[in-house]
Write a protein that binds this ligand. Structure first.
Ligand SMILES: C[S@@+](CC[C@H](N)C(=O)[O-])C[C@H]1O[C@@H](n2cnc3c(N)ncnc32)[C@H](O)[C@@H]1O
Length: 356
């Protein structure tokens, strides 16, 4: 048989011989790696469900002590603990296991960046229903969707820690994507969470005066985060709803990882409201790992798009659509850049100094 491409040839071989009889090629190795990474992920999730990292937060413990503290049978315990060591989540010293520094920060309940509630209450149950999300186009977060997150303080805290993990490297990209930071004085971060991005921008451009607008339950997390970063006073928090409340004006308005959570009509309304808040000569800056160009996007973008479908019931927003929405709102120049490594999509929408 003559095969038009290596992939089709491999498929024909697999069909002809049966998958298991196929020689281990790249395709089989990829499938095997995916199955293996699911098992590793489950080892982490079980550790969160059983609260292993919180127990070890008190100090390293031997297998027997862990068994008794977690109420486990004992079978498989040694293998589970030993797997978590090379995964970087536990450290082993003789017969005692302790948290790695990352596990203490992100996976023990007392850690300031605890991700467990976000993973267990929101991400895992919704992604576990990805098939239903694909069938229905509906969000799969239990108990009222992501809109209900603000009603659960532990989940809100954990979700915003997960957001900070995603945006931890965005500030240098924002600084590189826009040349005129020094010409502006005021910054408004719409849906700016607990203020980490605004604090990073003010640290890099101390002449900026920043306001972070987010839902009222975010206020204590904002104050706590600013104090922990030694940035108290670097930015002010304004509680409000960006769809309905009056928005303060600013030279630079930021919308980061926000637009893709909403339906097309709401996105247009938000871009229009951002325009009305932008001072003449200023700009709206949009960043979002999930924004994509004309092509399908890289694996990270596609994964995040699917996660957004499962969690928010929306999945997509292209740079072309954002360009159209921004121009319709009144911005007269829209530039897309992808600075940084890995490249992060940043869109700068400039408002004329003399808007029509
Ligand atoms: C996905 S997070 C992005 C946070 C931050 N901009 C970042 O990039 O890390 C979306 C943020 O929008 C906020 N938000 C959601 N609905 C809102 C509303 N109606 N008014 C104001 N903020 C809202 C959420 O509380 C959350 O902090």
């Amino acid at each position: 048989m003559v095969c038009a491409s290596a992939a089709r040839c491999r498929l024909a071989h697999v069909k002809h011989t049966g998958l298991l009889a196929a020689p281990p090629g790249a395709g089989l190795a990829d499938i095997s790696r995916l199955v293996d990474s699911y098992c590793r992920t489950q080892a982490l999730l079980s550790a969160l469900e059983l609260d292993l990292f919180t127990v070890l937060d008190a100090g390293p413990a031997a297998e027997k002590e862990i068994r008794s503290a977690l109420g486990l049978h004992g079978r498989g315990l040694r293998q589970w603990l030993d797997l978590l060591v090379p995964l970087g989540l536990l450290e082993r010293d003789g017969d005692r296991y302790g948290n790695s520094p990352e596990a203490a920060l992100y996976l023990a309940r007392s850690g300031r960046q605890y991700l467990g509630d976000f993973l267990l209450k929101a991400m895992v149950p919704s992604l576990g229903n990805l098939s239903t999300a694909l069938r229905t186009g509906q969000a799969q977060v239990p108990g009222g969707g992501m809109a209900a997150v603000a009603d659960d303080p532990a989940l809100l805290r954990s979700s915003i820690a997960a957001m900070d993990m995603l945006t931890g490297d965005i500030v240098p990209s924002l600084l590189a994507a826009y040349d005129d930071w020094d010409d502006h004085r005021t910054l408004l971060d719409l849906g700016g969470g607990r203020g980490s991005v605004a604090a990073g921008l003010v640290a890099a451009r101390p002449h900026l005066s920043a306001v972070v607008l987010d839902l009222p339950p975010m206020a204590p997390l904002f104050e706590e985060n600013m104090a922990a970063r030694g940035a108290a006073g670097a930015a002010a928090f304004r509680p409000g709803d960006f769809f309905t409340d009056p928005l303060p004006r600013a030279d630079i308005v930021l919308l980061g990882n926000v637009l893709l959570d909403w339906e097309a009509e709401q996105r247009r309304s938000l871009v229009r409201r951002a325009y009305l808040s932008t001072n003449p000569g200023g700009a709206l800056i949009v960043y979002d790992h999930r924004l994509r160009g004309a092509g399908p996007g890289g694996q990270e973008t596609l994964t995040l798009n699917l996660l957004t479908l499962a969690m928010c019931g929306v999945s997509d927003y292209t740079l072309d659509e954002l360009d159209t929405d921004a121009r319709a709102a009144g911005y007269d120049a829209v530039e897309h850049r992808s600075p940084g490594s890995p490249p992060r999509p940043v869109v700068v929408c400039r408002k004329s100094a003399r808007p029509a």
